[in-house]
Ligand binder design. Structure first.
Ligand SMILES: C[S@@+](CC[C@H](N)C(=O)[O-])C[C@H]1O[C@@H](n2cnc3c(N)ncnc32)[C@H](O)[C@@H]1O
Length: 197
């Protein structure tokens, strides 16, 4: 079964996003995660990987402290969001890593307190192919998180899980980086977020 399109996508969260000025219904997934884990209110620097059209970036700007350094990265350009920076880059490339580092250096930022990843491959089609490509993106996001996350920082990623009816269900897990071993990420819990009517 393919992804819902057009009117089928216009559920409660689609309308709420329109009402509240969010660019995507995905914004409510991050709002639910933050309501549960409270990682944004103390985040002075947030990196959002695969961020277009920018719903999560909007949530990060609204819920992180005023003046926080918020960066969204995507293959496609993100329309400007007040209080955020954006990079048009492929997160699987070293060019992207260099661009993020350059922007951090220009602002005197040493690490991100929160790294977010809501990436989905830009391909329609077979579930297995989409899930495999999405898993590869998660690995690239973990690599970037390992590189850029501050000690005790939070990394949030989307992982697709297959349901009985063969549709993908986004599944988000929260990982916290260990403070004593900066290069290791330790899972501190996971949560499944489904936006339902
Ligand atoms: C579900 S959307 C993200 C929605 C976003 N969290 C929001 O709230 O607006 C998934 C995004 O992943 C991006 N993407 C897929 N592969 C990518 C890659 N290799 N590098 C950067 N972005 C990628 C797509 O361009 C798409 O914009």
């Amino acid at each position: 079964m393919g992804k819902a399109k057009g009117k089928q996508r216009q559920d409660k969260y689609y309308h709420l996003a329109k009402e509240q000025g969010y660019r995507s219904r995905a914004a409510f997934k991050l709002l639910q995660l933050d309501a549960r884990f409270r990682f944004l209110p103390t985040a002075r620097a947030v990196l959002d990987l695969c961020a277009a059209p920018g719903g999560w970036v909007q949530v990060a700007v609204n819920h992180a402290p005023v003046g926080a350094f918020v960066v969204g990265v995507d293959l496609v350009p993100i329309r400007p969001i007040r209080g955020a920076h954006s990079l048009t880059e492929d997160i699987t490339t070293s060019k992207c890593r260099s661009a993020v580092r350059k922007l951090m250096d220009s602002k005197g930022v040493a690490a991100f307190d929160v790294v977010l990843h809501d990436g989905s491959p830009n391909v329609g089609g077979a579930w297995a192919q989409e899930a495999t490509t999405q898993s590869a993106l998660v690995i690239d996001a973990v690599r970037l998180a390992t590189m850029f996350l501050a000690p005790k920082g939070a990394f949030i990623t989307k992982v697709l899980r297959k349901r009985k009816i063969k549709r993908q269900t986004p599944f988000y897990c929260l990982l916290i980086q260990r403070s004593q071993q900066k290069s290791r990420l330790q899972s501190s819990g996971s949560v499944r977020i489904c936006l339902q009517n």
